[in-house]
Design a protein around this ligand. Structure first.
Ligand SMILES: Cc1ncc(COP(=O)(O)O)c(C=O)c1O
Length: 642
């Protein structure tokens, strides 16, 4: 589906349309996520526009019935297939359009998502494009070697290599994999040549260069002189000389560079490609028979849908990215009368980010207002009387004045409490009036739809805190580490106007476990519009586009483990097929990750309970109940369970 076509997926009814505009779903949803007319979030089939959208709330219901409860990481296989097709098709179209004579070979960098289910999908969907792998460690190389992708797909070995890594890579070459051993540093050269000679093999070598051009964005440190990986110009020349001296220069087939992830600006991509071409041409002049130009990762995802060169967005489309690269390489090669190389890119984020979403329920809300009116009394302190009088002039026109007065009076009461001039009870009344008036002001602002920047900021400071059943550190580590913004929206009730604003807090006991940046239709906001929670009804939120980097970077803070994970395939009738299900970590599993022996723990607990029985504090029946509860817990989910 083209990016223009995606905009036709707007909901039909007005309320859902309003929600779509408010949360910016069509803007960031890439034609994959939509607001349905029933006010639920739906998943659209990316390449079958006639398919009925899949209602995410019915997915949650269905999973609940199967015993798979929230929080759950939902992976949509169709979205992986769509992105692999899109990336390959966009490069091939650019190649045809610009009459480029070389070809494109994409590889998936395993570090971006190593989960077996994802890798299996990539192998299956990538086959027709000869889509290969990039690996950065022995473990990742073993994953690649365990999948027979055929000799047409490239296997790029980056990362710091020991002898074993090199030997494995050369074994894969021997087996018919199209393996490139990329020299990351001059130090690696001697080792690679020693192992190759011992194995009597001519390796396919690559050389990782350090581009001098620095890019912007969160991963700027991956580019420029101070980047950790790659060789400087002087080192590159030393390696070329050493290869020539040892008779291995003819093995140098590939040049590699990596700009960093999520490059926001297309001009930076073009400039980096230009510089890479200059290196490539110079190396060929030196006698290296280079044929492959690997430009690494960098293709960004427009998480905010703003289409701007900011850290969480990009000012280019996939089509522009491919055209810019192919055109730059073609121009540089034609000028030097050199053959067009095979272009390789290592786009992992752009391949899988869209495919996963974290779905979770809200456990409770902390609110900073109250709908309980406060009744005045004759003997109220004058400040309390002034606070109550604010209600008389609380109108949309005087709302700022009313707010300022309230805050002033409340603070005066607090000061009087400190100096012993009013009682705790009187100050509590001031706090209650303040909370009640806050709720009046919030309702007034929500109803009037008026633009009021000052009040908007004031309301942000009093936004609700929704406590969600998830761990930021386990499921969304980049939100904590680098202020990554993922689109977030309620999964239902979108045909009701959300009357409250909130930030999100996770289930860990860490004040950093919060989300306070949200993508909305009109840009990035510090609060998320949400609905009032209803008793006995779960409220669900979804965090979208979490398929890149989040799963393995997550940690066990407070011992919250992996969530349940399901992989689904969308069916044309709006239902889905459960392709794979992975239970989340049990408490016993996370305990063993941090070196506990759960059986020993049960035994120790039994001893404690037994001594309580011996001391007459517990009956034998109570002993059984306690031990059963302990065992149930140790085998249960680490997240909040009903
Ligand atoms: C060498 C290399 N290639 C590819 C990637 C993936 O890049 P992206 O996140 O842009 O997909 C990375 C990640 O930083 C990398 O280090």
């Amino acid at each position: 589906m083209s990016e223009a076509e995606n905009l036709t997926n707007l909901p039909e009814n007005n309320a859902s349309r309003d929600a779509d505009a408010l949360y910016g779903v069509s803007r960031w949803g890439e034609g994959l996520i939509t607001v349905l007319d029933n006010g639920h979030i739906g998943l659209l089939h990316p390449s079958r526009p006639e398919a009925v959208p899949t209602d995410l709330m019915s997915v949650i219901d269905n999973l609940e019935q199967r015993g798979i409860s929230a929080p759950v990481l939902l992976r949509v296989a169709d979205f992986i297939r769509w992105r692999i097709d899109q990336i390959n098709d966009a490069f091939n179209s650019a190649i045809t359009e610009l009459e480029y004579h070389g070809s494109y070979k994409g590889v998936f960098p395993i570090k971006v998502n190593q989960q077996a289910q994802v890798i299996d999908r990539i192998v299956a969907y990538g086959e027709r494009h000869s889509f290969g792998f990039e690996v950065g460690s022995k473990a990742e190389l073993l994953i690649a070697m365990a999948h027979n992708q055929g000799s047409e797909s490239a296997l790029i070995c980056n990362g710091v290599k020991d002898e074993e890594f090199i030997q494995l890579a050369l074994m894969s070459l021997q087996l018919g994999f199209n393996t490139f051993l990329v020299l990351e540093s001059p130090r690696e050269l001697d080792l690679v040549l020693a192992v190759a000679k011992r194995m009597k093999l001519r390796p396919q070598l690559g050389i990782r260069i350090k581009l001098t051009h620095e890019v912007s964005g969160n991963w700027a440190a991956s580019s420029g002189d101070r980047s950790t990986f790659g060789m400087t110009i002087a080192q590159v020349m030393d390696v070329v000389d050493a290869l020539r001296a040892d008779g291995f220069l003819d093995c140098l087939k590939l040049q590699h560079c990596h700009l960093g992830s999520q490059v926001p600006n297309i001009i930076e991509i073009r400039m980096a490609a230009q510089e890479a071409c200059r290196f490539y041409l110079e190396l060929r002049k030196e006698g290296a028979p280079l044929e492959f130009l690997d430009l690494g990762g960098g293709l960004g995802v427009d998480y905010t849908g703003e289409h701007r060169a900011t850290e969480n967005s990009t000012n280019y489309t996939l089509k522009e990215y491919c055209l810019n690269i192919v055109e730059t390489v073609k121009y540089a090669m034609d000028e030097a009368d050199a053959p067009h190389p095979v272009i390789i890119t290592e786009s992992g984020r752009a391949c899988v980010a869209q495919s996963s979403m974290l779905l979770f329920n809200v456990l409770e809300a902390t609110q900073f207002d109250s709908t309980d009116p406060v009744v005045g009394a004759e003997d109220d302190h004058t400040l309390l009387k002034s606070m109550l009088a604010v209600e008389d002039y609380l109108t949309p026109e005087r709302v700022n004045e009313a707010w300022n007065d309230l805050v002033y009076y409340r603070n005066e009461m607090r000061a009087l409490l400190k100096s012993g001039q009013v009682s705790l009870r009187e100050t509590a009344k001031a706090e209650r009036i303040h909370l009640y008036m806050m709720s009046r002001i919030k309702t007034m602002l929500a109803d009037s739809d008026m633009e009021n920047e000052e009040m908007g900021k004031a309301m942000e400071q009093t936004a609700d805190i929704l406590h969600g059943n998830f761990s930021l550190f386990q499921s969304l580590p980049d939100v904590w580490a680098i202020d990554q913004i993922h689109p977030i929206a309620p999964l239902h009730r979108l045909n009701e106007k959300p009357r409250r604003r909130a930030i999100l807090s996770d289930i860990t006991c860490d004040s950093d476990g919060k989300i306070d940046k949200f993508v909305l239709g009109d840009g990035v906001s510090n609060t998320l519009p949400v609905h009032d929670l209803r008793a006995a009804e779960d409220y669900y939120l979804g965090v979208f586009f979490v398929g890149a980097y989040q799963e393995t970077l997550g940690d066990l803070h407070n011992l919250f483990g992996d969530t349940n994970v399901v992989t689904i395939e969308l069916r044309d009738d709006g239902s889905f097929e459960l392709m794979h299900e992975q239970d989340g970590d049990t408490i016993s599993e996370v305990l063993s990750y941090v070196e506990y022996d759960p059986r020993l723990m049960v035994n120790n607990f039994k001893k404690t309970v037994e001594s309580a029985v011996r001391a007459g504090k517990l009956s034998p029946r109570e002993r059984l109940e306690m031990i059963t509860a302990f065992k149930d817990s140790i085998n249960g989910y680490t997240y909040f369970e009903r």
